[in-house]
Design a protein around this ligand. Structure first.
Ligand code: ADP
Length: 494
């Protein structure tokens, strides 16, 4: 990855060719489009097809026909593996192009997007391709006159809805295991970040994923997303996004066919610094990256910093220095460490959080402002707020921006109590040199993942999912495959 190649791709025409349904791009029922703005400069970037309920129907029907006739669902797992490995190779061959495409509509810094989006998609398709011909059914321990077989049957049509942050990484976490298991998929990307996933649809066809097996319908959540969730012919729904939309999916499931919904709904993750952390300088550096990279638009971001009282002022000073030291700017500039906030409404909401926190008595140590306004793009200075109380909005609610809420604690018990004092339970961090304390914290914190003496960076080998109002179900690891299979029993009299 070098700047000249990135600059060449920066100018590439990105006008997509509509939805991808039944193996081909199409304009959709109405031909309507909506304008996507680039967060880099606020200028028009592309026209995206505005899907309708009829387009969702067409895609779901194509997915169902493909599933029922077995062109993919009854293919030998080893044959599906070959196709998905080829898809991994094709994504790898186009990795920089895909990463730049994604950055142009979502604003993540290219340093991060190249690895976390493009290369992570490559790894994810390879992982589930390699896994799928190692999944065995079971023979039940029955009496001798009967044979009980437990099969893993693909569920059918999977509806997937993904957000604008890391669309390709999160999309692949769902598409790859769903396809590997033999299902058909209808995917709805976020209305403002569809480009990289449309490219994956094109490459999937090139790799040999049969027509109808992988479909992408672009457009609004309130139209395309609703129609998908209300479909009588979508068997399961996999989702990453906001709690409000997660609730709506469950409602729409209840209104339609009771499809199972797996929801990843973000968090307000505590990152806890004990005075006995092995390396406080390292803790400050990693913790700053853990909230500020990608402008804080990371579901597992360590957005609540809990710092033990005796090191509070020193640690806050150190992390504030890191916040001020980040180079924020054009996400396609390799020198930028932090790119753009995704959209103007997101940026305004971030600033509102800061204003409200100040009104509630918090102190702004740095940031809290829009910067680089002259670019036309949406950039925000990394922000550190101290004096944030448990009852404050900033303590309780997800900003999804570069805003760190800092709160002191006295001892382990108080740290656990504060860590668990929100509705969320996605991620957490604990910094301590005391092994027993680390284990007690892992046991005591309500979260899907607890990092110890680091923050973030978990790979595909481990599951990611939330508890509480952070959702249910898991992406990544072999566990993610479970939801894409139904268990089917054969009870055979001998
Ligand atoms: P975020 O705050 O990350 O934008 P959203 O939940 O609004 O979270 O969006 C995540 C995804 O959910 C996007 O693809 C969006 O279009 C979709 N979405 C939004 N509203 C609905 C809805 N009512 N039904 C289904 N999907 C929706």
């Amino acid at each position: 990855m070098d700047q000249a190649s990135i600059n060449a791709l920066r100018a590439l025409d990105v006008t997509p060719r509509g939805h991808f349904i039944n193996g081909a791009f199409c304009a959709g029922e109405t031909g309507a489009q909506h304008q996507v703005l680039s967060p880099i400069d606020g200028l028009p970037l592309a026209q995206i097809a505005e899907g309708s309920p009829a387009d969702v129907d067409t895609a779901v029907r194509a997915a169902r026909v493909a599933f029922e006739d077995g062109r993919w669902s009854r293919m030998a797992p080893a044959a599906r593996k070959k196709v998905l490995l080829k898809l991994g190779d094709l994504i790898e061959a186009h990795a920089l192009e895909i990463a730049v495409l994604g950055v142009r509509d979502n604003g993540t810094e290219i340093n991060m997007a190249y690895k976390a989006e493009a290369l992570s998609a490559v790894a994810t398709f390879r992982y589930y391709a390699e896994a799928i011909d190692k999944v065995y059914g079971q023979i039940a321990p029955t009496s001798q006159d009967v044979l009980g077989l437990v099969h893993h049957a693909p569920v059918g049509v999977v509806g997937a809805i993904v957000p604008w942050n890391f669309p390709l990484m999160i999309g692949s976490w769902k598409i790859a295991p769903a396809l590997a298991a033999g299902n058909s998929v209808v995917l709805k990307p976020a209305e403002s970040a569809s480009l990289s996933l449309l490219k994956i649809a094109e490459l999937a066809a090139e790799a040999g994923v049969p027509d109808g097996v992988f479909n992408v319908v672009t457009g609004r959540g309130a139209v395309v997303g609703e129609a998908l969730a209300l479909s009588m012919d979508v068997d399961i729904m996999v989702f990453t996004g906001s709690g409000a939309t997660g609730r709506r999916l469950l409602e729409n499931s209840a209104r339609s066919n009771l499809k199972r919904c797996y929801l990843e709904l973000g968090g307000k993750s505590p990152n806890i610094i004990f005075a006995d952390a092995p390396d406080l300088a390292e803790a400050a550096k990693i913790s700053a990256a853990g909230i500020f990279r990608n402008s804080g638009q990371v579901c597992v971001a360590g957005s609540r910093l809990l710092v033990q009282q005796e090191i509070f002022e020193d640690f806050v000073a150190e992390i504030t220095l890191h916040a001020d030291g980040f180079r924020v700017g054009d996400p396609l500039d390799l020198k930028s460490q932090i790119g753009a906030v995704h959209s103007l409404p997101e940026l305004e909401a971030n600033l509102d959080f800061v204003t409200q926190a100040e009104a509630e008595g918090a102190e702004r140590r740095t940031g809290g402002t829009r910067i680089l306004t002259e670019t036309g793009g949406y950039y925000m200075a990394p922000t550190v707020m101290t004096g944030v109380k448990q009852s404050d909005n900033l303590f309780q609610n997800e900003v999804f921006g570069p805003v760190l809420a800092v709160t002191p604690f006295k001892n382990e018990d108080e740290a656990i109590r504060l860590a668990n004092a929100t509705e969320y339970g996605l991620a957490a961090g604990v910094w301590t040199a005391n092994l027993s304390r680390a284990h007690r914290m892992v046991a005591g914190i309500r979260a899907g993942v607890v990092h110890v003496n680091t923050y973030g960076g978990a790979d595909l080998t481990v599951p990611l999912g939330g508890v509480g109002q952070s959702g249910n179900g898991h992406d990544k690891s072999l566990h993610a495959l479970d939801k894409y299979f139904d268990l089917k029993t054969a009870w055979i009299k001998i």
